[in-house]
Design a protein around this ligand. Structure first.
Ligand code: NAP
Length: 347
């Protein structure tokens, strides 16, 4: 390990709280060798809404009573998504090779280009358990990988598993111009959805969502979302709603779903959803699902059915850059369209 620096720069917090009070670039020790963990030299970091949940740690806004996004110890490096190059294999790699067929199959080597999905990777170097480290096909750039891994796996899991979209389905996505929303719109269309509806805050963001496949985009700050969704479905409602807004939109979902529809709660941008009685589902025989994505999929590259990853902006890897990125992401009606990144080093 002697060729590595003694310290690294990382976006970290010493306590939970508001953006300008707690979020900063810190100098921390180079990660210690840990059995089972790979060290990655990070090139790009993907910025996600979940980074803001860990940062504010506010149970009224995003967590259950125990904290859905608990932090075990401080300082905590933020970030769940990054790409880069393997610079050290686990110190117990030799025994992993003989004990774990899955480790062998992963084929990780020093120099492998990888994407990672694990808390604490917004740093120059990150220590990541090997099951969360995915080798990249040569055709996928490190920039694309950092932009596509977390929201991509989430969108796939929700469109293929939580409510498998079928040909003819009518699909509704809140904040359809966001990172997750643009991917759901594309995947739903690819699965044969007859109608993809979504919400956003501006005409420019609506145009981006239409380019991703949304048929109609409702401007929630100017239009009556429930009335428009019902009008666009001939009064019947939609087969599935994907809702990452949470508190502010949750109850209206019951009005825009058709009988036997699926309500897929994916996040809490506006705050945690209040508890509901299961009997609320009986009115329309609805299914309700709230999932988190822990898929361990090989990252595949299918040139024929590539998804378009819309990268909104690269933010500087500085305290100001981190604060600006989280401010932009959490501004209701803000300008972000698609993915936010930090670039740390070259490919
Ligand atoms: N369960 C999982 O495993 C998982 C994984 C990934 C993402 N998610 C969830 O999916 C949702 C989208 O995540 P993302 O990372 O792709 O972010 P995103 O949708 O790109 O988030 C940014 C957009 O959200 C909207 N927004 C910001 N603050 C808001 C607020 N207070 N209330 C309502 N809308 C607000 C704004 O769009 P408008 O201008 O359109 O309002 C903003 O441009 C989040 O809820 C996230 O937690 C869940």
């Amino acid at each position: 390990m002697s060729s590595f620096p003694e310290t690294i720069k990382a976006i970290a917090i010493d306590k939970t709280g508001d953006i300008n009070d707690v979020l900063e670039v810190k100098t921390l020790p180079f990660p210690a060798p840990t059995p089972g963990n790979v060290i990655i030299k990070v090139a790009y970091c993907g910025i996600n809404f979940i980074d803001t949940y860990y940062r504010h740690g506010d149970s009224a806004r995003a967590c259950d009573a125990k904290g859905l996004y608990p932090i075990q110890s401080f300082p905590q490096i933020l970030g769940m998504e990054a790409s880069g190059t393997v610079v050290a294999l686990p110190p117990d790699a030799a025994s992993l090779q003989t004990e774990s067929a899955e480790f062998q199959k992963r084929g990780l080597q020093v120099g492998s280009r990888v994407a990672v999905n694990f808390l604490g990777v917004h740093a120059e170097y990150a220590s990541v358990p090997w099951p969360k480290v995915f080798p990249l096909p040569a055709a996928v750039s490190l920039r694309t990988a950092a932009a596509a891994t977390l929201q991509g796996l989430t969108a796939l899991a929700f469109v293929e598993e939580a409510h498998p979209v079928r040909a003819g389905d009518r699909v509704f996505v809140h904040t359809v111009a966001g990172g997750f929303g643009l991917l759901v719109a594309q995947l739903a269309k690819r699965a044969g959805a007859a109608l993809v509806l979504g919400t956003t805050s501006s005409a420019a963001k609506a145009a981006a969502a239409r380019a991703a496949g949304a048929d109609h985009v409702i401007l929630y700050n100017r239009e009556d979302v429930v009335a428009r969704a019902l009008a666009l479905t001939g009064g019947e409602g939609v087969d599935v709603v994907y809702d990452g807004v949470g508190k502010d939109t949750f109850l209206d979902n019951f009005k825009i779903l058709r009988r036997k529809g699926s309500l897929i709660s994916v996040g809490n941008a506006s705050g945690a959803v209040e508890p509901i009685a299961p009997l609320k589902l009986v009115e329309k025989n609805l299914k309700l699902m709230r999932g988190a994505v822990l898929r361990r999929e090989a990252i595949r590259h299918h040139p024929k059915d590539e998804l378009k990853i819309n990268i909104y902006k690269e933010y500087p890897f500085t305290t100001e850059g981190a604060r600006q990125a989280q401010t932009d992401l959490t501004t209701k009606g803000g300008s972000t369209v698609g993915k936010l990144l930090y670039k740390i080093s070259d490919e």
